[in-house]
Design a protein around this ligand. Structure first.
Ligand code: GTP
Ligand code: MG
Ligand code: ZN
Length: 294
């Protein structure tokens, strides 16, 4: 049995071919798992903070996994602080419903969402209506990986945190990361001319150390995402701008739908809650109610 005094704490950057690559603050060690962890069938995830026994050279043995702050399931990454949800303003055209499902999924996993609207170089008006719908309620960064617009702001957002880039295929996630990290050569793909939807070019999950501290992971884009399995009454709490008003409804468990004396519907009428956001809320609510009834 190893003396625990000799253990060092590290973070799993990637898992590949049965090895776990652990960053111990100085360098990256190629580690195996202590048998005990394998017997327990405890999965060790990218992002896990682990206790490791260094062995000669650049190897090590993972002895223990420290408690997780959060777990993202698709892709599987532990301890993510924030999800940079990238949508392009054009090519491919943004799909607001899909963006909302990303936002809800992040909130449900306890991960702070940051919205990154990329390819602003392709739009005529700098601030489209879509962007303004989210300003105020979310941290929004507008970028162009092509011209460099907004990249410094985005870099500051990543400082000292574990961030995962997520979003549909072809929106520019890998291109942005390549511009932020000089030595990185993530594969990027031309957007398919026929579908304007791009194809999958990013596969393995890996945390990359940033020069200013913090880690980022690129993920393969996916173009569909189901509404998570939640109760209808949980939904409002996952919309930051709507959840704030729900304390004064007459009915406890008010769904802010057909009920009278609803403070959310009042806030929508008074223009305090954006109507489009409320309509999006209702669309999801109806889906959740349907799901419960079937
Ligand atoms: N005009 C313009 N094109 C961009 C920008 N960012 C990325 N692109 C282009 O968009 C295409 C797709 O970029 P990728 O970085 O591969 O997209 P991705 O989000 O990583 O896609 P997946 O890995 O498939 O999920 C490439 O041809 C990029 O050159 C941008 O800001 N402006
Ligand atoms: Mg990519
Ligand atoms: Zn209500």
């Amino acid at each position: 049995m190893n003396n625990r005094d000799n253990l060092v704490e590290g973070i799993v950057l990637k898992a590949y071919g049965g090895f776990f690559y652990v960053h111990d603050g100085l360098s990256v060690r190629e580690c195996t798992l202590r048998g005990r962890l394998r017997y327990k069938k405890q999965q060790v995830l990218v992002g896990d903070r682990v206790l490791m026994a260094p062995v000669q050279g650049r190897g090590g043995v993972v002895e223990d996994v420290l408690p997780r702050r959060s777990v993202l399931t698709r892709p599987a990454v532990a301890n993510v602080d924030q999800a940079i949800i990238v949508f392009s303003l054009r090519e491919p055209e943004p799909n607001p419903g899909l963006l909302e499902r990303f936002l809800i999924t992040a909130a449900l996993n306890g991960i702070t969402p940051v919205i990154c609207f990329n390819k602003v170089d392709l739009t005529a008006e700098r601030q489209t209506e879509l962007v303004s719908n989210y300003l105020g309620n979310y941290h929004v960064v507008v970028t162009s990986a092509k011209t460099g617009t907004g990249l410094n702001l985005l870099r500051e957002t990543l400082n000292g945190k574990i961030s995962v880039f997520a979003g549909p295929s072809g929106v520019g996630k890998s291109t942005i990361l390549n511009s932020l990290i000089p030595d990185l050569k993530q594969k990027t793909g031309e957007v398919s001319a026929r579908l304007k939807s791009g194809r999958h070019t990013t596969r393995h999950i890996e945390l990359i150390l940033l020069a200013d501290g913090g880690f980022v992971a690129d993920t393969p884009g996916f173009s569909s995402l189901d509404l998570p399995d939640i109760k209808p009454e949980e939904l409002a709490g996952l919309f930051p701008d709507i959840g704030n008003y729900q304390t004064n409804c007459f009915f406890t468990g008010c769904l802010h739908y057909k009920e009278p004396d609803c403070s959310i519907k009042e806030a929508v009428e008074q223009g305090k809650i954006d109507e489009a956001r409320y309509r999006q809320y209702l669309e999801f609510l109806v889906q959740l109610i349907d799901r419960r009834n079937h």
